[in-house]
Ligand binder design. Structure first.
Ligand SMILES: Nc1ncnc2c1ncn2[C@@H]1O[C@H](COP(=O)(O)OP(=O)(O)OP(=O)(O)O)[C@@H](O)[C@H]1O
Ligand SMILES: [Mg+2]
Length: 445
């Protein structure tokens, strides 16, 4: 990457390859967990289905177009990028591992904690199940000499640590298709980033990550669910339903074109049928013919409501699977383009009795106004995630070959839960402010 300012080695490109569009964001780290965005570009994408690359060539064309727009706006040239990944091929696994090599110098050190994810996943090779690739290895909690629930083991005296990790893996086939699409566009992948995790980076406040929240990213082809608590990811899942299904319902039921159905969905539909006047009608062209059909707007809204209720039920099921039985304890944040569907926020609030808000990238993280929309949450989040990976050493990108130190301000926050570094195990360095072992990109090319 080159071309801007004096510190061009720190310029980062983030590419969100969504079901409906590719969004490229170029920026750099601005300190305190913030970024400076230099430019962005959006291109429609027809090569992705339910979050997964199906047509490599079409996706490649969209990537090239979106990157080139972002390059023109920023004045930077992109040859490497952080790229989002989602889809039904993503799997999540919680695992417990014993580590006996820590505490060699009397207390557990920062460097040792940093090495934990790599050691557990065998540097990205042993941890991979056959046909799958580890995308993230995230320590959730540690057990020190049998004492469970330690969120930050640094500085404690022990020689035996058990760590509970959250592994995110993707199928080799999906990774390979994504890589072909990006590399075919002339861009090397520095690391893959789980899209839901990226959206959390840009949309959730630090308080929401610690006290408990669920991010629901409703895109064009998928709805990604991620639960955060105690500053770390607790659960994630992907539902293969998004805005496409709402449009397709209108298409199929009224035998109209996808474009006409999409237009009606965006401009007239709502999940609250009573918001339509009794005799209000919409004109829809009939597919393959020259005539159009007058349809009751109330009926379209009823159809949209049924799909929304079905999606809400699936989301609630996933949240229960993630341990959220009483949703009133959690803040629910809806994001992604489909969250803008008229009335969905109200339907979800009433249907769950939860505290619900619509989420978009937070301006105070350095994301400019044009990108403060639910559709940009993932793209902006990938940039923020990538910026967190950069250490103070401005050497050009090496993520993928070796890990980088994770900085404060991301999902790793010091949690005082009575078991952390403020307990009796604390050693010399136990000031309680250290972050637990980082989220490491183990994607190796
Ligand atoms: N105002 C709106 N009302 C209803 N739906 C909307 C609105 N604006 C956008 N959408 C829908 O949002 C979807 C696109 O959202 P987004 O850009 O987040 O998806 P994506 O990132 O391309 O897909 P995915 O994340 O599922 O791979 C489309 O289905 C679009 O119809
Ligand atoms: Mg998306």
């Amino acid at each position: 990457m080159s071309g801007v300012g004096t510190d061009s080695s720190r310029i980062i490109a983030a590419i969100d390859i969504g079901t409906t569009k590719v969004l490229t964001v170029i920026g750099r780290r601005a300190g305190d967990g913030c970024v400076e965005v230099l430019g962005h570009g959006v291109a429609p994408c027809a090569g992705v289905r339910k979050g997964v690359v199906e047509d490599v060539h079409a996706t490649q064309t969209a990537v090239r177009s979106s990157v080139s727009k972002a390059e023109s706006e920023s004045g930077a040239h992109v040859d490497t990028a952080f790229v989002g990944i989602t889809g039904m091929g993503i799997s999540y696994e919680r695992r417990l591992d014993s580590i006996d090599w820590v505490g060699e110098h009397g207390v557990i050190t920062y460097n040792e904690v940093e090495k934990v994810p790599d050691s557990v996943t065998g540097n990205g090779s042993n941890g991979n199940h056959f046909g799958r690739k580890v995308i993230h290895a995230i320590p959730r909690t540690y057990s020190i000499d049998g004492k469970m629930g330690v969120s930050d083991p640094m500085g404690m005296h022990t020689s035996k640590v058990d760590v509970e990790m959250h592994l995110v893996q993707a199928s080799d086939l999906e990774v390979s298709r994504l890589s072909q699409a990006v590399e075919g566009a002339g861009i090397r992948i520095e690391a893959l980033v789980l899209e839901a995790l990226a959206s959390c980076e840009s949309v959730l406040t630090q308080e929401e990550k610690v006290r408990g929240s669920a991010l629901i990213d409703m895109g064009g082809g998928t709805t990604d669910v991620m639960v955060f608590k105690d500053g770390t990811m607790q659960y994630s899942s992907v539902i293969p339903v998004g805005g496409y299904q709402f449009t397709n319902d209108i298409c199929v039921v009224y035998n109209t074109s996808y474009e006409a159905a999409e237009e009606v969905k965006l401009t007239r539909a709502s999940v609250l049928p009573n918001s339509a006047k009794i005799h209000e009608e919409v004109s829809l062209p009939i597919s393959g013919g020259h005539t159009s059909l007058k349809v009751s707007l109330h009926d379209i809204c009823q159809l949209t409501r049924e799909r929304a209720q079905e999606l809400m039920r699936l989301i609630i099921l996933k949240l229960r699977e993630g341990g959220l039985h009483d949703l009133t304890d959690y803040r629910i944040i809806l994001s992604g383009g489909a969250s803008r569907l008229n009335g969905f926020h109200e339907l979800f609030s009433v249907g769950t009795s939860a505290n619900v808000r619509i989420g978009a990238p937070l301006g105070y993280l350095g994301v400019p106004r044009q990108l403060q929309t639910p559709m940009s949450s993932t793209g902006a989040g990938i940039l923020l995630w990538a910026a967190q990976q950069q250490d103070d050493d401005p050497k050009p990108h090496a993520i993928g070959q070796h890990k980088r130190r994770r900085k404060q301000g991301s999902q790793e926050v010091a949690v005082t839960n009575g078991h952390g570094s403020s307990n009796g195990h604390n050693g010399a360095n136990g000031n309680g402010s250290h972050k637990r072992g980082g989220i490491l990109s183990l994607f190796s090319r």
